[in-house]
Design a binder for this molecule. Structure first.
Ligand SMILES: NC(=O)c1ccc[n+]([C@@H]2O[C@H](COP(=O)([O-])OP(=O)(O)OC[C@H]3O[C@@H](n4cnc5c(N)ncnc54)[C@H](O)[C@@H]3O)[C@@H](O)[C@H]2O)c1
Length: 361
């Protein structure tokens, strides 16, 4: 069922621009307090309550935010299935009009509005942090709904999932290196990280500790301090993908792998945390044709949801959660094996594995 609470005339065009529109529910509301457009897309609850973060981001218009929510929520269904969770896929997006600076009060109001929107879905969707939100902001959401996870530990929550996400990406990097060279060891490898935020920053530290040689970038130049601290080489964001290295690790926003970027890559593998890395689906074939091994993003970055799902239950077993996060590396190896065996792209192999888990339910 598709539920549109606010039904603008151009909605069919937006939906048509999203391949395979098959979402269960989409809620589009104007926040009573914030005045911002809040979108909650529930793609599937087949495996259980939908789980996915809330992104607060600037778009040209709310239709672009809706398209993003539709794509991201569908990706969450595959991600949660690939991670072996009893969770469906959903995502919330709050549209901040381009050029608007959200004040602290505005952000607070937006989180209360988000809480109301989530609560109105009667438990179909549980929200969490994502780009533009934080554990502290999730505590504000929790004032309006119980269907939120990842609150700060001092407020009874399980904290931010970025550690687990970074651990999962690290495991996937090991599997990618193993598939390329027969060794998981990062020591001596040259790795390019684009985006030094919560996940990319942690990954940079872990890879440096493991002996990797790093080239890094971020659109936020304050991240140069971390690069200097780690002894990493800094390049401009537009040049990062052209660096001759072993791996390119996208940890910024989605869509980084356009046709042009893929053609200009000078690495043997791409494996990173960013959601929806491929600007278009045929990028997976383009990467394969160039002999570049791509570890599908929705599998690689599943550590965060594995942590949030596991840690949010009353009797959380952190060791068991860690093992499930590290098992992302095994899934990546399985994807590479299947894709090599039948000549399909790694994207197709990953989707097959996720869909098999989805339909086995
Ligand atoms: N945080 C998590 O646990 C988690 C889980 C799953 C997926 N992800 C995905 O991983 C990515 C990073 O997440 P995060 O939590 O680290 O976000 P973040 O906002 O903390 O960090 C993103 C960083 O990327 C930088 N950036 C943005 N655009 C860039 C560009 N074009 N080139 C270079 N740098 C750019 C930003 O300045 C920022 O420092 C996002 O796509 C997110 O959806 C995160």
């Amino acid at each position: 069922m598709t539920l549109i609470d606010t039904a603008p005339a151009s909605l069919p065009d937006v939906a048509a621009s999203v391949p395979d529109f098959d979402h269960e529910r989409v809620l589009v509301v104007t926040g009573r307090r914030s005045g911002l457009t809040i979108i909650v897309a529930v793609h599937s609850t087949r495996l259980g309550q939908a789980l996915g973060g809330c992104r607060v981001w600037q778009y040209d218009d709310w239709q672009d935010a809706l398209a993003d929510a539709l794509r991201l929520s569908a990706a969450m269904t595959l991600k949660n299935a690939a991670a072996g969770l009893a969770r469906g896929g959903g995502k919330a997006v709050i549209h901040v009009p381009r050029g608007t600076v959200l004040t602290e009060e505005g952000r607070h109001a937006a989180m209360l509005d988000l809480g109301d929107a989530v609560e109105s879905l009667d438990g179909a969707y549980m929200t969490a942090e994502d780009v533009g939100t934080s554990a502290e902001l999730m505590a504000i959401v929790a004032l309006r709904t119980a269907h939120v996870c990842g609150l700060p530990p001092e407020q009874g929550g399980v904290g931010e999932p970025a550690d687990a996400t970074a651990s999962g990406v690290f495991a996937a990097i090991g599997s990618t290196l193993d598939a390329l060279d027969g060794s998981r060891d990062v020591a001596g490898r040259h790795i390019v990280i684009s985006g030094l935020g919560q996940v990319g920053g942690r990954l940079a530290r872990a890879l440096t500790a493991g002996g990797a040689r790093l080239t890094v970038t971020d659109v936020d130049t304050s991240k140069k301090a971390l690069a200097a601290e780690l002894g990493a080489h800094w390049v401009e964001p537009a040049d990062a993908h052209t660096v001759n290295a072993d791996l390119f690790v996208p940890c910024g926003l989605g869509g980084a792998l356009s046709s042009r970027v893929i053609d200009e890559l000078r690495v043997r593998g791409v494996v990173g945390a960013a959601n929806n890395q491929l600007a278009s689906r045929d990028g997976a074939r383009r990467l394969a044709d160039r002999g570049i091994l791509w570890a599908p993003d929705f599998v690689v970055n599943g550590g965060g949801v594995i942590y949030l799902d596991g840690a949010s239950t009353g009797d959380a077993d952190l060791d068991a959660i860690e093992l499930r996060v590290l098992a992302i590396g095994d899934t990546v190896t399985e994807i590479f094996r299947e894709s090599a065996a039948d000549g399909t792209t790694t994207l197709e192999a990953a989707e097959r594995i996720a869909e098999a888990r989805l339909h086995a339910a």
